[in-house]
Design a protein around this ligand. Structure first.
Ligand code: EPU
Length: 452
């Protein structure tokens, strides 16, 4: 059962109009916080959003003796790692299942303490999400790993050594694992088939500010020359291009007009090309991007998700809601996560026509084609959506349900909205500022609660 306070009533049919601001990227900020652990001096991180992953990492850092305090500016964190110490396993374990970021503590803790304990990971249920690449990489650096019932115990019997690594797939987390471990390892590390997402480039910038030596070639090769020690950094986090694209999709699906302050063209080029093909309009200035529905029918498209610079998988779910309003058959091929289309079942209950397929449709064959996963979709549109009872399945799927409910006729009850706070700062206030007709249902016997 979902807690009543975790339910949102959405009265659909009103275009979202106005301005919102995105701050630092969810997929960079917690990692930059972990990087501070590698330094011998305090670091200052700017543009930090108030989201759950930040709170989880803050708690874990504090358990390891890092002081984490708010700085003078809003969204500024000061992280002081000068008194790093071992944490109690039970205290770390209390964070089990809360996030995927704890896996990135391995390298920094092995360097600082010689050992690390990593609890069971959380994160969205959008596929198997194994961590085999991470542990293969850490073993190559010289770490030993023992899996026990409560989590993974790692040790570095001596200083970790640089090595040559080729990732089987350009995994974001595994690339970050290599970066955060190689910077203080002895000698040179050469990583091929690395992920090159903008958030990874930003993490490289953070590490370079700390004193690391890292080069990134155009062929997915990253070379890191280990150094003996690192200092602190002062860094403003790259803005959240995934959140920006979610609001852009909301503007399109609700026939609205949203200025996303902080959105940057450079990190969103592939999304912008796709948005234009669908028929969405945008205008870029130095401070952000305005996204709107220009009127008239939207176009059906073929879309394939991929690692950067391809179409980011996290952009897929919100845009699919807009595709239910496009004229004709759109094809969506999800190649990064095997189970990221399950959220479409609820869109069908609302009146959408989305059929899932096990085959690789529309694009090249991917890792999932032969493995019986429903990872392609055909979206027939346009379809009128009707309000429904919705249970949020994962972060981006959850935001997509909000978009669908806002675009639909009638009222939807959206259950499990607290999950959205994992990646969308202040989303209720932002929605209300854009004119969304939403309310938190009252507890029995009390009047309806307004959204704060
Ligand atoms: N993979 C493995 N073995 C591993 C690691 C990954 O097989 O050891 C596979 C995964 O199963 C998946 C693919 O590699 O099929 C890509 O996974 P990746 O490691 O790139 O993902 P991640 O680091 O776990 C981050 C983001 C995701 C985002 C992906 C892809 C964070 C905290 N999460 O996940 O963000 O979708 O990269 O860009 O940075 C989200 O924001 O909603 C979200 C899920």
């Amino acid at each position: 059962m979902t807690d009543i306070a975790d339910v949102l009533l959405v009265h659909g049919g009103t275009p979202l109009e106005g301005e919102i601001r995105v701050r630092g990227a969810k997929n960079l900020v917690p990692k930059a916080m972990v990087a501070a652990l590698l330094g011998s001096e305090p670091s200052r991180l700017l543009g930090v959003p108030e989201i759950r992953d930040v709170r989880v990492v803050r708690g874990l850092l504090q358990l390891h003796g890092v002081t984490v305090e708010s700085g003078e500016a809003p969204g500024e964190l000061v992280l002081d790692p000068r008194r790093v110490e071992s944490a109690n396993v039970a205290d770390i374990d209390a964070h089990a299942g809360s996030s995927r970021i704890p896996i990135l503590f391995c390298g920094p803790l092995l360097h600082r303490l010689g050992h690390a304990f990593i609890p069971g990971l959380g994160g969205c249920d959008i596929g198997g999400r194994p961590i085999d690449f991470h542990f293969d990489v850490l073993r190559k650096f010289g770490a030993t790993i023992e899996k026990r019932a409560d989590g993974q115990y790692l040790e570095a019997p001596q200083r970790l050594r640089g090595c040559r690594i080729r990732l089987p797939y350009p995994s974001v987390g595994s690339t970050e694992q290599v970066l955060l471990t190689a910077v203080l390892a002895e000698g040179v590390t050469e990583l091929t088939n690395a992920a090159v997402e903008p958030e990874i480039e930003d993490l490289i910038c953070v590490l370079q500010k700390m004193g690391a030596i890292i080069s990134l070639d155009t062929d997915r090769t990253i070379r890191i020359t280990g150094v003996d020690s690192l200092g602190g950094y002062v860094h403003r986090a790259i803005p959240d291009r995934l959140e920006a694209a979610s609001w852009a999709s909301a503007a399109l699906a609700t026939e609205g007009d949203i200025y996303v302050r902080g959105a940057q063209q450079r990190s969103m080029m592939t999304f912008l090309n796709t948005y234009r093909r669908v028929g969405g309009a945008f205008e870029i200035d130095d401070e952000g991007i305005r996204f709107w529905h220009p009127g008239g029918p939207l176009n059906a498209i073929a879309l394939e998700t991929d690692v950067h610079p391809g179409f980011q998988t996290d952009w897929q779910q919100p845009l699919v809601v807009a595709l239910t309003q496009a004229s004709g058959l759109s094809i969506v091929h999800e190649t990064v996560y095997e189970s990221r289309l399950g959220f479409t079942e609820a869109l069908n209950q609302m009146g959408g026509h989305i059929q899932l397929y096990r085959e690789c449709l529309g694009g090249s064959a991917c890792r999932f084609g032969q493995r019986n996963f429903l990872h392609s979709a055909v979206v027939s549109g346009p379809t009128k959506l009707q309000g429904a009872d919705l249970v949020i399945p994962d972060l981006r799927g959850g935001f997509s349900y909000l978009i669908a409910a806002l675009a639909a006729q009638g009222t939807s009850r959206v259950h499990g909205i607290s999950l959205i706070n994992r990646g969308y700062e202040n989303f209720l206030a932002k929605l209300q500022g854009l004119g969304a007709d939403i309310e938190l249902p009252s507890l029995p016997g009390s009047p309806p609660a307004a959204v704060a």
